[in-house]
Design a protein around this ligand. Sequence first.
Ligand SMILES: Cc1ncc(COP(=O)(O)O)c(C=O)c1O
Length: 372
Amino acid sequence: MMKNLLDDIEEILLMGPGPSCVPPEVYNALSCKTLGHLDPYFIKIMNEIQELLQKIFNTKNKLTLPISGTGSSGMETCLVNLIESQDPVLILINGVFGVRMVEVATRLGAQVDKIEFEWGKPIDIEKVKTKLEEKPYKILAAVHAETSTGVRNPIGEIAKIIKGTDILFLIDTVTSLGGIEVKIDEWGVDAVYSGTQKCLSVPPGLAPVSFSDRAFSVISTRKSKVPNWYLDMSLIGQYWSGERKRVYHHTAPINMLYALYQGLLLIVEEGFDNVFKRHMENHLKLKEGLEGLGLNMYVEEPYRLPMLNAVTIPEGIDDVKVRSTLLNDFKIEIGGGLGPLAGKIWRIGLMGHTARPENVDRLLEGLEKALK
Ligand SMILES: Cc1ncc(COP(=O)(O)O)c(C=O)c1O
């Protein structure tokens, strides 16, 4: 008999930058019986998923649905549907995911301009205002919660600058959705994407997106076809809407959609405000404990994310050794720094189901021993 590797998977406390811990209800949802992707009962579940996503995104956008793929497929969907060759696009960068947006938009033939800010600091509104005076951009894109640094960008403030203009506002909420408030309609966001594996406490595999009516009309009146068939919203939209008649596009990842449905239900049942409060309380508990161990937060307080805690690695401490001790001896995963922050910070996630006091205690205990 061949050995089944799945038998030996250990339970790891996922306290890195994602994926986060998955609650038992969501694991159960994954193992529910698979239905056909056009089964009327499955379509009921799809409708509910859309309603739940509208609630969590704070939007009435009809075109709100999960894309089949991880967070990056959400990024790709937003950009590939809105960009046509030579479109002027402005991307604000203060971490890895702003850089990734530039990569995707450039491949689509956009004229990409960028403003770069120091990693670990938030986007500076004044610089954005000045840059916007240079030319009439079609799209302005930014990351709400920059997972690579632990910074919360001032999306509400950026939104105010472009309110009333023709510029389409595109944001990344992969790490923020379900951990802090995301207000798509109030901010006037035209395209947003997220991912399941962070504060929604669902395994990686889906990317909720939402497009405003204005964004949809831009997509509908494109001069060229969306260059990526799989992510073309006008085709995917026909599978996700309509009372009875649904048009097959690709076979939906049925069980992952059950998991998303269950993950969203858990959040709604707990109540959004309670969920956000739980993230904040556990973040404050972690911060206090870290300071007790002589460690400092990398990001300053006003724009620090509760669900992604960047911690400065003290001089003389071996980054990789501490992380591997935590993983091997304590079964806890935390993240290292990326790009210019590699070796300089640890990234401790308190996302979704991970954000619990017992997990914070377990990490602090393990970290204290690993540091010795
Ligand atoms: C802010 C942000 N955007 C995009 C992504 C990409 O998501 P994925 O790795 O699921 O494709 C991530 C993943 O960590 C992220 O944190």
